[in-house]
Design a binder for this molecule. Structure first.
Ligand code: SME
Length: 165
């Protein structure tokens, strides 16, 4: 496996996401271990996009539990319907939060966080985890990020059934 990422030198995030898609697929397709794949997935996003917190929470019993991430110390457990992550799990849809202070029940793991996007991850029509990204800038996520991140998550979902958990 190539351990070097190609990241286009541009501020255009749509182009960056486009360039990441085949590379993420190549990384995930050749590894069966779930944690190893989640770890590399967040490493790729961190290297390419640089947001200050990027990570997964995985459904275990009736909670989301912290999984591979890059960033500062984070809360470890989030209930169904709680915070942005628990709401994305409950609604089974992507949630974009332009200003975290205006999201009722937002869980502040870091005072640096100003805006956030959470994308649910599905296996067999059930949410099995969420991808959570925090930015230190207000209103930092758009439909471009939603589309790009959902496309990347789709790759993960495609290989999930055959991964060792
Ligand atoms: N802000 C999230 C909690 C997780 S941290 O951002 C890493 C929430 O409200 O669910």
């Amino acid at each position: 496996m190539a351990e070097t990422l190609f990241i286009p030198q541009t501020q255009n995030r749509a182009e960056i996401y486009e360039a990441l898609l085949p590379q993420v697929e190549a990384i995930i397709a050749q590894e069966k271990d779930l944690v190893a794949n989640l770890a590399n997935f967040v490493a790729v996003l961190k290297e390419a996009l640089g947001f200050f917190w990027i990570g997964f929470y995985w459904v275990k019993n009736d909670e989301l539990v912290l999984a591979p991430f890059q960033g500062t110390l984070a809360c470890t457990r989030i209930g169904w319907g709680k915070g942005v992550c628990g709401t994305a799990w409950q609604k089974a849809q992507t949630i974009l939060v332009p200003n975290v202070e205006e999201f009722p029940g937002h869980i502040a793991c870091s005072s640096l966080s100003k805006s956030e996007i959470v994308v649910p991850i599905f296996e067999a029509d059930k949410v099995v985890g969420v991808l959570d990204i925090d930015s230190d800038r207000l209103n930092d996520f758009s439909e471009t990020d939603q589309k790009g991140l959902e496309s990347l998550v789709k790759i993960l979902e495609k290989y999930l059934p055959t991964m060792q958990k």
